[in-house]
Design a protein around this ligand. Structure first.
Ligand SMILES: NC(=O)c1ccc[n+]([C@@H]2O[C@H](COP(=O)([O-])OP(=O)(O)OC[C@H]3O[C@@H](n4cnc5c(N)ncnc54)[C@H](O)[C@@H]3O)[C@@H](O)[C@H]2O)c1
Length: 256
């Protein structure tokens, strides 16, 4: 635990899809800043392993099984986490999934899966967490969208639609919940080196080369690159920041 910051001391954070990749890096950073973290993931064994590793490093971490596509699962996971760690102060909607293919070749079954995980998953977790935050008059919600949701991305039409949907949804939620002192913000990664990226790009190595050429910083993101932006939005430093969208993508997307 190394940042030297303790902005989240005593806070409880639930991070979805935290067993690996960007979610894991976010959970690690929130723990480093003092939060008790729930590693919520559909892969229960992987979540348990990640939580154990965080605990070994001195964090308070708890693994919980969560399938974000199910409201029932979200409600149960939130109840379990609140029994174990206390009321949830911070929700990070990070779980996501995609399959790269031209829209005309994609099937309604794939659309359904993409929408269920990437968009409805955010709605389910917000629905499960917000009533408690409203009752307590405080909360921070940070959702991981994508630069694909801001400017589009070849072969990711439905995914991009979901990620754009997260932005519109979050801005509206930010307006509705401001009176409850609940901040709602969005972080957009660009191409970031994780299992998801490698899976998506497996069959399309040329796209990865093209992406690299279009990133002003000429490198892929690392999961840790995202974690500081999320920790900021989750902290009291962002108490007067809501409904905002921040790209963390080496300059790939510069939206005015
Ligand atoms: N890696 C990138 O290049 C990139 C770029 C832009 C945005 N993003 C977004 O960042 C987020 C994290 O992506 P990543 O690259 O770390 O992916 P990843 O595949 O490495 O990790 C995603 C995690 O989400 C979990 N998950 C999947 N479906 C779930 C479900 N139904 N319920 C609960 N957990 C579930 C997986 O088990 C996994 O642990 C996603 O929202 C993704 O869309 C990633």
């Amino acid at each position: 635990m190394t940042t030297g910051l303790s902005r989240l001391s005593g806070k409880v954070a639930l991070v979805t899809g935290a067993a690996r990749g960007i979610g894991r890096a976010i959970a690690t950073r929130l723990a480093e800043e003092g939060a008790k973290v729930a590693i919520a993931d559909i892969q229960e064994d992987a979540a348990t392993k990640t939580a154990a590793e965080l605990k070994e490093a001195g964090a308070v971490a708890f693994a919980v099984k969560l399938d974000v596509t199910s409201l029932d699962s979200a409600i149960k996971a939130v109840a379990t986490v609140e029994r174990q760690l206390g009321p949830i102060d911070i929700l990070v909607n990070n779980a996501g999934w995609d399959q790269l293919e031209p829209f005309v070749e994609s099937s309604p079954e794939t659309w359904e899966r993409v929408i269920a995980i990437n968009f409805r998953g955010v709605l389910n977790c917000c629905k499960a967490v917000i009533p408690g935050m409203q009752a307590r008059g405080q909360g921070k919600i940070v959702s991981i969208s994508s630069d694909a949701g801001r400017v589009g991305s070849l072969g990711e039409a439905v995914y991009s639609g979901c990620k754009a949907g997260i932005i519109g949804f979050s801005k509206t939620l930010a307006r509705e919940l401001a009176r409850n002192k609940i901040n709602v913000n969005v972080v957009c990664p660009g191409p970031t080196e994780t299992a998801l990226l490698h899976g998506v790009m497996e069959k399309q190595p040329k796209i990865l080369d093209a992406m690299l050429r279009s990133i002003p910083m000429r490198r892929l993101g690392q999961p840790q690159d995202l974690a500081g932006a999320v920790a900021f939005f989750a902290s009291a430093d962002a108490d007067y920041v809501t409904g905002q969208v921040l790209s963390v993508s080496g300059g790939l997307t510069m939206v005015g």
